[in-house]
Ligand binder design. Structure first.
Ligand SMILES: O=C(O)c1ccccc1NCC(=O)[C@H](O)[C@H](O)COP(=O)(O)O
Length: 213
């Protein structure tokens, strides 16, 4: 099985970005959501985006954002991918892909097999389905370090590319990959010492664990 692609999400400092590039991750995620402890301003995004250009692909994470918010982030950070982490419909995903001309990833909150089935509606509308844990009502819709029953998506054979997120750490990602065959893994809390505080050693350890899986 090929090594899964790696995304480190919630990067908000140059130090964390450099550690992510050093660890040979494939994607760096920037969160554009005011309620998040990882939220980046357009100014921060511009600085991080320029540092990342040509070295790692830049993913912008949005939660039910309007077009002007996304346009400002795309321009500031030079985003390569849009990640939609709210209640965006297939129609909205397709509209954003057409407007911005870059790949769109849709996060799907999973608590049951019925949630996994909903992913099929995004075929042709999104480029990748990111299966993540469902979070409690009123909490952030992601980035909570919560995992779900990975067997629900084991060797998913759906109509679009996919990835696994939610509570992944250096300690459990090998098992998650072995169980699911995920072609991409995504972590945020699992490489932090506190919400929003990236731990450079944990970033390195996570990437090493993925390659060892
Ligand atoms: O990171 C956030 O603060 C966040 C806020 C709102 C929606 C999603 C958010 N994060 C999602 C991610 O960072 C990842 O794509 C994924 O959910 C992994 O999170 P974690 O369980 O913390 O590893």
């Amino acid at each position: 099985m090929p090594t899964p692609a790696i995304k480190i999400c919630g990067i908000s400092t140059p130090e964390a970005l450099e550690a992510t590039i050093r660890a040979r991750a494939d994607y760096a995620g920037f969160v554009f959501f005011a309620r998040s402890p990882r939220n980046v301003s357009p100014t921060q995004a511009a600085d991080l985006g320029a540092r990342a250009q040509g070295r790692i692909r830049r993913v912008g994470l949005f939660v039910d954002a309007d077009d002007s918010t996304i346009a400002e982030a795309v321009d500031a950070a030079g985003l390569d991918v849009l990640q939609l982490h709210g209640r965006e419909t297939p129609e909205r995903a397709a509209q954003l892909r057409s407007r911005f001309g870059i790949p769109v990833w849709k996060a799907m909150a999973i608590a049951s097999i019925g949630d996994v089935a909903r992913a099929h509606a995004y075929a042709g509308a999104a480029d990748l389905m990111l299966f993540d844990a469902k979070t409690p009502t009123g909490a952030l819709p992601g980035g909570m370090g919560l995992s779900f029953d990975w067997s629900l998506v084991a060797h998913w054979n759906g109509p679009l590319k996919w990835g696994l997120a939610g509570g992944l750490t250096a300690g459990n990602v090998g098992h998650a990959i072995a169980l699911t065959g995920a072609p991409l893994v995504d972590t945020s809390s699992g490489v932090e010492s506190a919400p929003g505080m990236k731990d450079l050693d944990r970033i390195a350890a996570f990437c090493t664990a993925v390659r060892a899986a």
